[in-house]
Design a binder for this molecule. Structure first.
Ligand SMILES: [Cu+2]
Length: 668
């Protein structure tokens, strides 16, 4: 296979980019945007009335000139700064030659203001101005991005900061937005087609015969051989952690390449709030600032109980606010390496411009074990103590004797086609092999199933275990407020994240968006979503319009999020209060996975509300955990649809304005 990016010279330039990379001068955008050049300083637009102009401009991050899709001529677009309680008006004018659409990620809006073409509205045609209006009923750090074609990949994204009405439960002297993203010189459409032809095209970490010999020496010939056969059976390589990496991407912080080194200033002794947003299209980042502890104070915009860590993993679209207190040096490096260890984004916190600190070397490439993918019969990853020492959460206990893994086609589901009621079957199924929806069986779009996925909420993640640093795990994230709903879910919807690596097919339950019916929620109901990962990839799953209240394996509320990351081999659950009428997108936030079909419509309709059940107080240590239930699968079309374009959404009618505006409880 020819790999045009393999040459070392271009390799280095791709990873580090140009020091002066950014938007080129002389673009055609109206001068009233006031932008001479460069992504040097991203403007902040304050106040409830904001105009955005979406247009194409030339940029260069690696020496090659390419066309980007930008808001107001910068990459990223301006920081939008509102006040909680304001009525927001955003006039978005489209100066592209094609339709566009902006989604306000994590911001609760009526469904017709959510910015998803075919679901919320028609999209914004060339030359058209669309006015978004909604009430800012929350505070915190969020972001906006294109929800049209591949425009998010070509630069259409930016940060949103909503200032709180009430004082926050922590103090800071200064703040910076740190927006991580991934830039590619390739046309994203070509990149996508390339992935469909050769899904491992960008995967450079494949193991070799030499590795096998080394494994044999270490583990014995038989074990190494067995492992190889297991991999071969699944047609996968142990390094399939990211579809696209540093060979196609230059990673950016606030639009600056690693060589361009975006710098945020501090004065010694200050408490600095960093609003860290993973605004990438396809990248999971592991973030740290060598020499500084980071106190996480908010996750996905919502306050959490402060927890001090040295590193964390962020899936695409996830957001963390941290407080740092830089001291003892004039400069610190913000280092965000991609999960596949092919490159990094880099910035500097410094007492003045022009300083820099040492940049760490990339960690070694990561190889998933069979256990990392939810297959028993191999050493399970150890339950490493998370940042706060919750090593006892038991999600990674030995699965010992259980059968290796279910070959696709051999597993039939006895549980498909009916819904279970959450409270009724809390029998201890913990160590039962996972069942799968019937639509996965004999499905050529599904190449793998996990036999024993676990929540693993205390696991910092593959490649971060035991690295000598305090690494955040989901179990460390605790909302600063109690469960905002309090009701036990009335029912469970279990969905499996499915795919076929070779064909680059991605779906829920083996059924891509084009062939799937909407998931219908009754207005007002509380429902539990269980997501089981039957792939080798980590998928950050985002439900529009409503919060995802992550719970632990005992059904205890952990943290309110808008995007929940589901690593390989895991099964995690969150609760949703269906308090927002209309049509909503529900999808993997990896752009090319979404495009390939890992996407569903969720429809919240007026209808009979199932009787609320009393909250179950599970005793700690109860073996029955919500994600371990044999939840039924919601009805899906029996036949997997042929792969097709997922953006040809059904009816183009805009969703009606919701009749009710039951505010999401503001609990902060
Ligand atoms: Cu995905």
């Amino acid at each position: 296979m020819t790999r045009p990016f393999e040459r070392a010279t271009t390799r280095r330039r791709f990873v580090q980019g140009l020091a002066a990379g950014g938007v080129l001068a002389g673009g055609w955008l109206p001068s009233r945007t006031g932008l001479a050049a460069a992504s040097a300083d991203i403007a902040t637009l304050r106040g409830p009335a904001i105009d955005l102009v979406i247009g194409a401009r030339e940029v260069s991050f690696t020496g090659a000139t390419r066309t980007a899709t930008l808001a107001n001529g910068t990459l990223p677009g301006p920081i939008l700064r509102w006040r909680e309680g304001d009525d927001i008006t955003l006039r978005v004018r489209n100066e592209l030659a094609t339709d566009t659409a902006i989604h306000w990620h994590g911001v609760l809006t009526p469904s017709n203001m959510d910015g998803v073409p075919g679901m919320s509205f028609h999209g914004i045609a060339p030359g058209e101005t669309f006015t978004y209006r909604f009430h800012a009923r929350q505070n915190g750090t969020y972001w906006y991005h294109a929800h049209a074609d591949f425009q998010e990949q070509t630069g259409l994204y930016g940060a949103i900061v909503i200032e709180p009405r009430e004082p926050e439960p922590f103090r800071f002297d200064r703040e910076h937005v740190v927006l991580l993203s991934d830039w590619t010189d390739r046309d994203p459409r070509d990149l996508y087609l390339l992935l469909k032809r050769h899904s491992d095209y960008f995967n450079y970490n494949q193991r070799t015969l030499g590795d096998f010999v080394r494994d044999s020496k270490r583990d014995g010939f038989g074990n190494a051989l067995e492992d190889r056969f297991a991999w071969a059976r699944m047609r996968m390589t142990p390094a399939d952690l990211a579809d696209v990496g540093g060979h196609a991407y230059t990673y950016l912080v606030n639009g600056r390449t690693p060589a361009g080194n975006w710098t945020g200033l501090f004065a010694p002794g200050e408490r600095v709030r960093l609003r860290i947003i993973n605004g990438s299209a396809m990248t999971t980042f592991d973030v740290r600032i060598p020499g500084l502890a980071m106190t996480v104070v908010a996750a996905d915009g919502q306050h959490v109980r402060p927890v001090e860590v040295e590193e964390f993993r962020m899936g695409a679209a996830e957001v963390l606010d941290v407080i740092v207190e830089p001291r003892g040096a004039d400069a610190f490096t913000v280092f965000a390496q991609s999960l596949d260890r092919s490159g990094y984004a880099r910035a500097t916190l410094a007492v003045r411009e022009g300083l820099e600190a040492a940049v760490p070397v990339l960690d070694p490439p990561i190889y998933l074990s069979m256990a990392d993918m939810g297959h028993a019969g191999d050493a399970m990853p150890a339950a490493e103590p998370s940042a706060t020492g919750h090593a006892d959460h038991g999600d990674a206990t030995s699965a010992g004797e259980h059968a290796a893994h279910g070959d696709v086609g051999a597993t039939t589901s006895e549980h498909a086609g009916h819904e279970s009621h959450a409270a009724s079957d809390h029998a201890a199924h913990t160590m039962q092999p996972q069942t799968h929806p019937a639509t996965e069986t004999h499905n050529p779009a599904v190449d793998m199933q996990s036999s024993m996925p676990m929540p693993r909420l205390a696991d910092p993640g593959v490649g971060l275990r035991d690295n000598g640093r305090r690494v955040l795990a989901y179990v460390d994230l605790r909302s600063a407020f109690a469960d905002p709903d309090g009701r036990a879910p009335g029912r469970t919807i279990e969905l499996h994240l499915t795919g076929h690596m070779d064909r680059f097919l991605w779906s829920f339950d083996g059924v891509p968006f084009a062939g799937a019916e909407p998931l219908v929620l009754n207005y007002g109901e509380r429902v539990r979503f269980v997501l089981a990962n039957d792939t080798m990839m980590e998928h950050p799953i985002h439900l529009h319009g409503m919060w995802s209240d992550l719970e632990d394996e005992h059904g205890e509320f952990l943290v309110r999020k808008h995007t929940v990351s589901i690593p390989p081999g895991t099964k995690r659950s969150f609760r949703v209060t269906a308090d927002a009428l209309g049509r909503w997108a529900f999808h993997c936030h990896l752009l090319y996975h979404m495009t390939a079909g890992m996407f569903r419509e969720v429809r919240v309709e007026e209808g009979p509300v199932p009787p609320a059940e009393h909250e179950h107080q599970h005793a700690h240590g109860d073996a029955s955990a919500p994600p371990a239930e044999h939840a039924g699968h919601e009805h899906s079309p029996a036949a997997p649809a042929a792969e097709g374009e997922t953006h040809e959404h059904g009816p183009a009618e805009p969703a009606p304005e919701p009749a009710h505006d039951h505010s999401q409880h503001a609990h902060d």
